[in-house]
Each structure stands twice: as structure tokens, then as C-alpha cells.
Design a binder for this molecule. Structure first.
Ligand code: PAF
Length: 264
């Protein structure tokens, strides 16, 4: 497995690659959720690339950015085992050279919803870095987890608007046996908090709770609801527990979670 830290070295390698190239962009601190995206890429493409880059422009707090876990050696070991051809792990200065002026912003004059309403500038940061990565990696397919469904939707729209020539593949959310969606943020939670968070998943799947019912229930269990809203045929939730913000979503109707599999 090749590991590239500079754009030029990566591009030199890319010019030699024939056939399909799958791509999984990540911020590192890889877990089983990332592994399933990478496996999907390895199975369906001739070669696969994973990027590891903690993108400063998508964080709303500098503390959150600075304390984001960095586990490069462990991540590289896992990616080697799964059969990735190359890893692209640039520095912040490589991706945002001094004096850069351009970024990607959503131009639509629309009401901001869900995380877009709660995290100003977050998606501009995500779209900017993903556009840069698409331009460098030149993948034929890119794989994204449905846990971040709003992010996936916005990337689909950007890909269409900017004519990036690749296929975007949404992948089902990986979960703990309790139902808790896998996330790098879970590593900051105690076992008790993880069990509580899994209950939230169970409540929203099994019960027809409205936002104020759920908010009251979360408060009674020491958590804080940020939103419970339906969009694009899905129900979305964001809440805080032990100072950590978690998000999740599921498809409404027949394609939704099978209730006997929701354990907590
Ligand atoms: O989903 C993530 O891990 C990040 O938002 C992404 C897509 C790698 C961009 O930094």
C-alpha cells in the first residue's frame, strides 16, 4: 500500500492507474463503519484510495478540531489489511496553501435545515474539501456513509452542479448490537452514555414521538435534543450527551428499521 503526503506525488501515481478507482474520504480514527465503506470500494473497484485528512474548515469549534483523535499508524494498519492500493494523507498546508481564496458554498437561497442550520459554515467546509479531494484523486466511484445523510445529499448536488465525473455510492450505517450508530465520537463516551444513546435510537424507531416529547424524555435522562425532523423521506435526530453531539437518521415507511432488530 502506497502512502502519499503530497498532492504531486499522489498525482504522479494516479496517472499510472488504469480501470476503476474507488475512493473513501475520511478524517481518520477509523472504525468498523469506515472499514465497511472501504471493503465495499475494494470489492467493487479495480483499486481503492482512502484519504485521511482532519479538515479544519468544517469544524465549528477550534477545541473540537484540535482534540480530534489522530490514529494514523493504527488506521494505516487497518487499511493495509483490507487491501487498499493507496492512502492520501496531506497536511493542512498542502490542502489549504497560504493565501487560498476560493471555497465551495451552497448558493441556493433556501432555508437551512438540520445540521446546516445548527452548524454555520460546516457544509461549506465539507464541500470545499471534498471538491479538492475529488479533483486530486479523480475517482470513478466514491463511497459515503448514510449516517451523514445530509452531507451525502449535498455532495450529490455539488457533484451534479460542478460536473464531477464519478458515481456516488451511499452505504448503510454500521451499528453496535445495541443499535448505536458507529461514529468516531462514540470513543469520547462512557459505556453508560453509549447505552443511553442507543435507547434514543430505539425510542425514535419504535415510538411516534414528536420533538417536544423526545426533548422532555432526553432531558429526564441527562441528554439534550437538538432536532428531530423529517426530510427527504427520512427521520433525522441530533442530540447531546456527555458534551458530545451525536446524529442519526432512518428511512420512513417500509424501507425503515425492522423493529424486532432494534435492541436497546
Ligand atoms: O464524513 C467525513 O468524515 C468528512 O466530513 C469528510 C467527507 C471526510 C470530509 O472531511
Amino acid at each position: 500500500m502506497k502512502v502519499f503526503y503530497s498532492i504531486q506525488e499522489f498525482r504522479d501515481w494516479r496517472t499510472e492507474i488504469k480501470g476503476t478507482l474507488g475512493f473513501v474520504p475520511t478524517m481518520g480514527n477509523l472504525h468498523r463503519g469506515h472499514a465497511s465503506l472501504v471493503k465495499r470500494s475494494v470489492e467493487s473497484c479495480d483499486q481503492s484510495v482512502v484519504s485521511i485528512f482532519v479538515n479544519p474548515t468544517q469544524f465549528n469549534s477550534s477545541k473540537d478540531f484540535e482534540t480530534y483523535p489522530k490514529t494514523l499508524d493504527q488506521d494505516l494498519k487497518m487499511l493495509r489489511e483490507v487491501g487498499v492500493a493507496a492512502v492520501f494523507a496531506p497536511s493542512a498546508l498542502e490542502m489549504y496553501p497560504q493565501g487560498f481564496v476560493h471555497k465551495v458554498v451552497r448558493a441556493k437561497d433556501e432555508q437551512r435545515i438540520l445540521c446546516d442550520a445548527k452548524r454555520p459554515g460546516h457544509f461549506d467546509g465539507v464541500l470545499t474539501v471534498v471538491a479538492k479531494l475529488f479533483s486530486i484523486v479523480q475517482p470513478t466511484q466514491a463511497f459515503f456513509g448514510e449516517k451523514d445523510f445530509q452531507q451525502f445529499r449535498y455532495i450529490v448536488e455539488m457533484t451534479e452542479d460542478l460536473f464531477f465525473n464519478l458515481q456516488l455510492v451511499p452505504c448503510a450505517t454500521e451499528r453496535e448490537p445495541s443499535g448505536l450508530a458507529l461514529s468516531s465520537r462514540n470513543g469520547r463516551l462512557t459505556d453508560d452514555a453509549k447505552a443511553q444513546a442507543a435507547k434514543v435510537w430505539s425510542w425514535i424507531c419504535k415510538e411516534q414521538l414528536n420533538s417536544s416529547d423526545l426533548s422532555a424524555r432526553l432531558q429526564a435522562h441527562g441528554m439534550e435534543l437538538e432536532y428531530l425532523e423529517d426530510h427527504w423521506g427520512r427521520r433525522f435526530v441530533a442530540f447531546w450527551i456527555e458534551g458530545v453531539r451525536l446524529i442519526d437518521n432512518f428511512v420512513l415507511g417500509d424501507g425503515g428499521p425492522k423493529l424486532d432488530e432494534v435492541n436497546a
